[in-house]
Ligand binder design. Structure first.
Ligand SMILES: NC(=O)c1ccc[n+]([C@@H]2O[C@H](COP(=O)([O-])OP(=O)(O)OC[C@H]3O[C@@H](n4cnc5c(N)ncnc54)[C@H](OP(=O)(O)O)[C@@H]3O)[C@@H](O)[C@H]2O)c1
Length: 281
C-alpha cells in the first residue's frame, strides 16, 4: 500500500484525491502545514515518509495575484521549492499541478506539452516557475490542467447554479463570457486519471491532463443550467466588458502528445458534478 502526502487538503482537487486514493493518506491542512514554512514542510514530509507527494496547494486567486504578486510567488514558487527540497535524497514522487494559464492563447488550437509557454498573468508566471522547481527533481511530475470544477470548494459550476437560480427567480438573463475557450476538467476525473498514471508507472516529466474537448465559459454555463433544469437565458458577454484585473488566454484548451490516461469529455464531468450537487439544493 502506498503512502500519500496531499498538500492543500481543503481544496477541490485535494478533496477529489481523497475519494480515489488507496493506502495511507496524510492530509496537510493549511493550519497545520503552511507550505511557505520550509522547516515545517521538511519535518512533516520526513516524519510521514510518503511514496507520493500530491501537491495541490496553491494561491489560485487569478485576479488577486495581480494585486498581491508577493503572496502568489511565496506560495506557488517558494512553497513548491520547499516541498522539492523536502523530498530531495528520498524516493518520493512529487506530483505538481500547473495551469493552462502558462500559455498566451494565441495558438488557436489545443496546446500540447511541447508548445512554447508565455503566461499573461502573475498567476500564470508563478505556476510556470513552480513547474521549473518540480522538474528539477528527478522524480518530479508536472500535470497541467485547466478550468477545474467539482462538487466541493469554490468553482464555476457552483457559482452558475447559484447565480442561475437567482436570475431565474428574478426573471432576468445570466451573462457569461463567450470569448475565452478552454477545457473544463472535473476534479474527480483528474484525480482518477493521475492515480491510474501513477499505477502504470508514468515517467517523470510534463503532462497535459484535462477534460476532453473544449468550450467557452458561456457554453459551459448553458450546459450547467440545462442539466440542472434551471429556466434561465444565458447570454454571451466579452472579456473586455467584464474588465477583470488579470488578463486571460483567449484559447487555452489542452491536449496531450504523451502517453498518459485520457480524461472523459468535459460534459461528462459537468453531468457528474451537477448530479452530486443537485440533491444538495
Ligand atoms: N482551479 C482551477 O481552475 C485550476 C486550473 C488549472 C490548474 N489548477 C491548479 O490545480 C491545483 C488545485 O487547484 P484547486 O482548484 O483544487 O485549488 P483550491 O480549491 O483553491 O485549493 C488550493 C488549496 O491550497 C491551500 N493553500 C493556499 N495557500 C496555502 C499555503 N500557503 N499552505 C498550504 N496550503 C495552502 C488553500 O487553502 P485556503 O483555501 O484555506 O487558502 C486550498 O485549500 C492548484 O495547483 C492550481 O494552481 C487549478
Amino acid at each position: 500500500m502506498l503512502r500519500w502526502f496531499v498538500t492543500g487538503s481543503g481544496g477541490q482537487l485535494a478533496t477529489a484525491f481523497t475519494r480515489v486514493l488507496e493506502g495511507e493518506v496524510f492530509l496537510s491542512r493549511e493550519d497545520v502545514l503552511d507550505i511557505r514554512d520550509a522547516e515545517a514542510v521538511r519535518a512533516a514530509v520526513h516524519a510521514f515518509a510518503p511514496d507520493v507527494l500530491v501537491h495541490t496547494a496553491a494561491y489560485t486567486d487569478v485576479d488577486g495575484a495581480e494585486a498581491d504578486p508577493e503572496t502568489a510567488e511565496a506560495i506557488n514558487v517558494a512553497g513548491t521549492r520547499n516541498l522539492v527540497s523536502a523530498v530531495r535524497g528520498t524516493h518520493t514522487t512529487l506530483v505538481y499541478f500547473s495551469s493552462d494559464y502558462v500559455f498566451d492563447g494565441a495558438k488557436g488550437s489545443p496546446y500540447v506539452e511541447s508548445d512554447a509557454t508565455n503566461p499573461l498573468s502573475v498567476y500564470g508566471r508563478t505556476k510556470l516557475a513552480g513547474e521549473d522547481e518540480v522538474l528539477s527533481w528527478v522524480h518530479g511530475i508536472v500535470v497541467r490542467t485547466s478550468w477545474l470544477f467539482s462538487d466541493t470548494g469554490r468553482n464555476f459550476v457552483k457559482t452558475i447554479l447559484t447565480a442561475g437560480r437567482a436570475k431565474a427567480a428574478a426573471g432576468e438573463p445570466l451573462t457569461v463570457v463567450d470569448d475565452q475557450v478552454g477545457s473544463p476538467t472535473y476534479a474527480g476525473h483528474l484525480a482518477a486519471a493521475v492515480d491510474e498514471a501513477l499505477k502504470q508507472g508514468v515517467a517523470p516529466g510534463l503532462y497535459h491532463m484535462a477534460g476532453g474537448g473544449y468550450c467557452s465559459w458561456c457554453e459551459l454555463a448553458r450546459e450547467i443550467v440545462q442539466l440542472a433544469g434551471i429556466d434561465v437565458e444565458v447570454l454571451p458577454t466579452t472579456t473586455a466588458e467584464l474588465g477583470r484585473p488579470a488578463p486571460r488566454p483567449a484559447f487555452s484548451a489542452l491536449a496531450s502528445e504523451r502517453p498518459v490516461p485520457r480524461l472523459p469529455h468535459w460534459a461528462a464531468g459537468v453531468a457528474e458534478a451537477v448530479d452530486r450537487l443537485i440533491p444538495l439544493g
